[in-house]
Design a protein around this ligand. Structure first.
Ligand code: RTP
Ligand code: MG
Length: 150
């Protein structure tokens, strides 16, 4: 069965362009509940660890530079089949290729400054959530904490 949790970052461009409210409204309109949320900024070592999977990719340094360039909003979201549903809501990594009406089509400028992150698997959703949140900071619909961390 597909999990009901995903993890997102509203990236520095989304914050700078004052799109936090717009994007959260789209997330709620898309049927997602907010389970946890905070306003924070990544240190270099944290961004390198979070994106460790991309360490050998040519865009890694630009990615880390960008993700540490300003404050971000991190959030854990709840919906049935959350990972796949959220990636549909945000659209293609490259906003030029993103379907009309998706969050990246509406609010992103480039493949680097692409407004939002969304987890790509249930396992990564749990890992990424645990990177930013303690269990006690997450509130599912029932009120209890139900996310089993790896
Ligand atoms: P995300 O992790 O942010 O949700 O995005 P994604 O799954 O759609 O893309 P991913 O392949 O995981 O890449 C992570 C972020 O790296 C930047 N990127 N730049 N210049 C490039 O070719 C390139 N490819 C990826 C993007 O900002 C992407 O969101
Ligand atoms: Mg990704």
């Amino acid at each position: 069965m597909k999990g009901n949790i995903t993890f997102t970052i509203l990236k520095p461009d989304a914050v700078k362009n004052q799109n936090i409210g717009n994007i959260l409204a789209d997330i709620n309109a898309g049927g997602f509940r907010i389970v946890g949320m905070k306003y924070t900024r990544l240190r270099r070592e944290e961004a390198e660890a979070f994106y460790g999977i991309h360490r050998e990719r040519p865009f890694f340094k630009d990615l880390v530079d960008f993700m540490t360039s300003g404050p971000i909003v991190v959030a854990v979201l709840e919906k049935e089949n959350a990972v796949e549903e959220f990636r549909t809501l945000i659209g293609n990594t490259d906003p030029q290729k993103a379907d009309e009406g998706t969050i990246r089509a509406k609010y992103a400028k480039s493949i680097d400054a692409n407004a939002v992150h969304g987890s790509d698997s249930d396992e990564n959703a749990r890992l990424e959530s645990s990177f930013f949140f303690a269990q006690s900071e997450l509130f599912t619909e029932e009120g209890g904490v139900q996310i089993s961390y790896p």
